[in-house]
Design a protein around this ligand. Structure first.
Ligand SMILES: [Zn+2]
Length: 368
């Protein structure tokens, strides 16, 4: 079996990076017309810059306002808008769902995709995956595209202005990356491209965890007291959340933490919480499932409490859940198709149920 590294073709991050969007696009061989699928806030914040930079590069562009949900209907609408202007490239700008829609439209049209995230709340921007929901917001399926984005352009000035909680959620998503990568390495599980991880993929996943521990708190402090340019710690966390975690999960694989996240979503009470917040608790439960060393569990607990990530069920909306509900969560987490079976041992619903309870007990002990 081959070792496969999965990544975007080009990643570019820095303060005011949007002013270099057209130049970066030309640098990877992209030409207009450009169709920008933009969330309302991305358009409000960036439209005047887009007008300037695309005019200077001699590229025409249209903006297709994103409706708010990455649904089949929204992808069809984006595709029609892109076809109407003869787009040669799709730029997604906004949060995860706008970018997911942009990548899906580009894949359907067989043209390149550019992602311009305006928040750092998940590791999806660099990926070749879109999560598709119904128009009402219920998860339907993942689409696996042939290509990762040709360019991911991260304007750290824009991300620094987003709500702090979204960056924290991104750290929760990034927290799981190393532990899931390690589980996949131990079991020999295949990654998103049917290969096994390279050494590079593992090193990137491990670096992600080290940066979270070293810079998480100071990045949050920097966000709470804005400066003209984001601090070096905030830049490193944005990179960890977006690039390192993105390469890590696609190149090394997912395991129990994300499966437990998926299990948690059977409880409507958790829907108000961000993906990364639930993944953080899933990571803690994964370590319990693996009987990880106490010092590692302590390190994860300390990190989560230091940045405000949940470590108990109550902190993700599950106050005194019944055993029946926890069993339903564990059963969903262990369905045959989920990534929990990338763990290097047999996983049962009952073992997951016990791991969730142990995680909750350990979390309650540290927040008292
Ligand atoms: Zn995730």
């Amino acid at each position: 079996m081959n070792k496969v590294l999965v990544s975007a073709l080009r990643y570019s991050q820095g303060p005011g990076a949007t002013s270099g969007l057209a130049t970066e696009m030309v640098g990877v061989g992209l030409r207009g017309p450009v169709c920008i699928i933009a969330s309302r806030s991305a358009q409000r914040e960036l439209e005047s810059t887009w007008t300037t930079v695309f005019a200077a590069a001699g590229m025409t562009f249209v903006i297709h306002p994103f409706s708010g949900e990455c649904s089949r209907n929204e992808i069809a609408r984006g595709r029609a808008a892109a076809a109407a202007c003869g787009a040669q490239v799709i730029v997604g700008a906004g949060g995860g769902k706008a970018l997911d829609t942009g990548r899906a439209v580009a894949a359907e049209l067989g043209i390149p995709a550019v992602c311009c995230p305006t928040i750092a709340s998940t590791d999806a921007p660099c990926s070749a995956i879109s999560a598709v929901y119904s128009d009402e917001g219920l998860f339907e399926t993942y689409l696996f595209h042939p290509h990762n984005p040709n360019l991911v352009l991260v304007d750290s000035t824009v991300i620094a202005r987003a709500p702090v909680r979204l960056l924290v959620a991104g750290m929760g998503d990034a927290l799981s990356t190393w532990f899931e990568a390690r589980a996949c390495m131990r079991s020999g599980a295949r990654n998103s491209r049917n290969g096994v991880s390279t050494g590079a993929g593992m090193a990137i996943a491990e670096l992600c965890w080290r940066i979270l521990q070293a810079d998480g708190v100071s990045a949050l402090d920097a966000m709470k007291t804005p400066t003209a340019t984001p601090s070096p710690a905030l830049e490193r966390i944005i990179e960890a959340n977006t690039l390192l975690s993105g390469i890590g999960f696609e190149s090394a694989g997912l395991a129990a933490a994300h499966a437990i996240h998926n299990g948690l979503t059977v409880a409507p009470e958790v829907h108000a919480f961000h993906h990364g917040e639930k993944v953080a608790f899933g990571t803690l439960a994964q370590l319990m499932l693996e009987d990880a060393p106490q010092e590692e569990i302590t390190a994860v607990l300390n990190f989560c409490t230091s940045v405000g990530l949940p470590v108990t069920l109550a902190q993700i909306g599950l106050h005194d859940p019944s055993d029946a509900l926890l069993l339903r969560i564990a059963e969903r987490a262990t369905i045959a198709s989920d990534t929990i079976h990338n763990e290097p041992f047999q996983v049962t619903a009952n073992a997951v149920l016990q791991a969730i309870k142990r995680a909750d007990t350990a979390g309650r002990a540290v927040i008292q």
